[in-house]
Design a protein around this ligand. Structure first.
Ligand code: PMP
Length: 460
């Protein structure tokens, strides 16, 4: 099926782009290069006039709905006043930090602002590695984890974009994600005694070169998995005991994506550093790094009038003046977008809404899975859901081709989904997805899957 056949304008635009574009763009765009023209809340419109319900959520950025009017008005008002003045104080930044501070796991956090996720993760790694002994300069991270594509953030990525290419003494310690659908240790959910947590604690204990553990609280790109209950109690306590700094990468999960402002709120661990979040500015490019005061701040800097350190020393130290700022970090437009986004989170009681719509979708997928063997697993948290397509429920072999066909078919019927190379459908609509649209989208999803795969009507 080629849903692009009738899309003349999209084809024209794609034809003009292809000769000039890097082939490193997202695979799904290559399969289906629809050009989108505009959006409203959870609905997208393409340049050929077709309408789509949106389960991709602007790659998890559309936290208050596409083009949220309150956020748009705040950005427009700021557009006429000031765009960038590099790090000078502003009432909006002060307000944003006060509001973010209230949402942190404890009082002990201060902030620095960035533009992209990779940059923020990289800043977190730099701040952490500046604080641990040189003998503990290795990182631990999950094999299936994703933290960005810049060279620094890729230091912690093992497999998703080819193998980690660092020399062995710098390569990260690889911990297999505790994925209960395909347990890396061959155990069964519920009867395993949290074997994964024991293995990981022992691995962290055995390797004294590890000073930092970078993790996604819920694995996003790697397949929408959460660790089993109790995992973080054990592994978090091990890290605290060993003095291993914890960096939570909440680039995908933060800003209410999983129903709470931060996903770590589920686990009762206080990370030393938190990189967040795609949805923080409702789609305006902006991110924040929160860190324990002692890691991000040297109070004496604010008391000194000049900086006595030579430049070469200064730049290695995250806390020295000028050492962790960036051109666009914390710019007035970004601050206006975050401030208005936080207003909307409160007005819409977004956490409750996310959990309510997430529950409707999860129940819908579970119902569809009863009739369709191609669904191997349904899982998720809030509005970060995964539907895993398999060729066979026993072997759990990934149904990649089916996932791509489903993606194309859903688009042809007015639903934009996101699928990955493991055959997993990632369902991440705008957090303001309405219950009515969730029901309509489920029906499109069900009928498209039924066109591709026989439905049996059994209930195992
Ligand atoms: N960390 C996580 C968990 C992510 O999901 C992503 C992006 N998908 C990144 C980091 C990188 O963010 P960016 O693409 O903005 O650099």
């Amino acid at each position: 099926m080629d849903p692009l056949q009738t899309k003349h304008r999209s084809r024209e635009i794609w034809g003009a782009e292809v000769p000039l574009l890097s082939s490193g763009i997202t695979s799904l765009t290559r399969y289906l290069p629809i050009s989108f023209d505009r959006a409203e809340n959870d609905v997208l419109y393409d340049v050929d006039g077709a309408r789509y319900l949106d389960w991709s959520g602007g790659t998890l950025t559309a936290s208050t709905g596409h083009c949220n009017p309150h956020v748009a008005a705040a950005i427009k008002a700021q557009l006429d006043r000031l765009w960038n003045i590099h790090d000078h104080p502003s009432a909006t930044r002060a307000n944003v930090m006060r509001r973010l501070h209230e949402r942190m796991p404890s009082d002990d956090y201060v902030f620095q602002f960035y533009t992209t996720g990779s940059e923020t993760v990289e800043a977190a790694l730099r701040a952490a590695l500046a604080s641990v002994s040189i003998r503990r300069h290795r990182i631990a991270s999950f094999v299936e984890g994703y933290h960005g594509k810049t060279k620094g953030s890729l230091m912690a990525v093992h497999a998703l974009f080819g193998r980690n290419v660092q020399p062995a003494h710098l390569a990260p310690l690889a911990l297999a994600f505790p994925n209960c659908y395909r347990c890396p240790y061959g155990k069964e959910r519920g009867s395993c005694g949290l074997h994964c947590a024991q293995v990981h604690s022992e691995a962290l204990e055995a390797d004294r070169s590890i000073g930092v553990f970078l993790f996604e609280p819920i694995l996003g790109t790697g397949g929408v998995h959460g660790a089993p209950d109790g995992y973080w109690d054990i592994v978090g306590a091990t890290c605290k005991r060993l003095g291993i700094l914890l960096i939570a990468d909440e680039v995908s999960t933060g800003a209410f994506r999983t129903g709470t402002f931060l996903a770590v709120e589920r686990f009762e661990i206080d990370p030393d550093l938190i990189a967040f979040a795609k949805g923080l500015g409702s789609g305006f490019p902006t991110m924040a790094l929160a860190g324990r005061r002692e890691l991000l701040r040297d109070s004496s800097v604010f008391e000194r009038e000049s900086d006595p350190l030579p430049e070469s020393v200064r730049l290695q130290n995250f806390r020295a003046p000028g050492s962790s700022s960036s051109t666009f970090g914390g710019n007035p437009l970004a601050m206006a977008a975050i401030d208005a986004t936080l207003d909307e989170f409160e007005r819409l009681e977004i956490g409750e809404h996310v959990n309510a719509v997430g529950a409707v979708l999860l129940a819908g997928f579970t119902e569809i899975a009863r009739a369709c063997d191609a669904i191997g697993d349904v899982r998720g948290y809030g509005l970060m859901l995964g539907v895993e397509l398999v060729k066979d429920r026993t072997t759990k072999e990934a149904a990649r081709d089916l996932a791509i066909e489903l993606y194309k078919r859903c688009a042809a019927h007015g639903l934009l989904i996101k699928v990955d190379a493991q055959g997993i459908v990632h369902v991440t609509p705008p957090l303001t997805h309405t219950i009515e649209h969730a029901a309509d989208a489920l029906e499109i999803f069900r009928s498209c899957l039924e066109q591709l795969q026989s439905f049996e009507g059994h209930d195992d």
